[in-house]
Design a protein. Structure first.
Length: 90
């Protein structure tokens, strides 16, 4: 799990970017997204809660993550990857 300093570094980086990025790539996803596809099966933690903050504050095209071992798209912009390979356009 990240330290509080690492969360602050992430917030500072997003501040510099005006909380607007093209893509977000993480291992897991925001708690609210994980609740959608799991029906509450996975427990929230400090990291997934931080990702909920990012989800609410940040403007982005897509959020990619893979922890859950399935290929799935949630709400059109949250992309769970496991076996699928995709090419990102910059």
């Amino acid at each position: 799990m990240p330290s509080e300093d690492e969360y602050q570094t992430a917030r500072a980086s997003l501040d510099r970017a005006g909380w607007e990025v093209d893509y977000i790539l993480t291992h897991c996803c925001p708690t609210s997204v994980q609740d959608i596809f799991s029906g509450g099966l996975y427990q929230r933690d400090a990291l997934t809660e931080f990702f909920d903050e990012v989800r609410q504050r940040c403007r982005f095209k897509y959020w990619f993550f893979g922890h859950y071992h399935e290929d799935m798209v949630i709400e059109k912009k949250y992309v769970m990857l496991y076996e699928q390979i995709i090419r990102l356009k910059l």
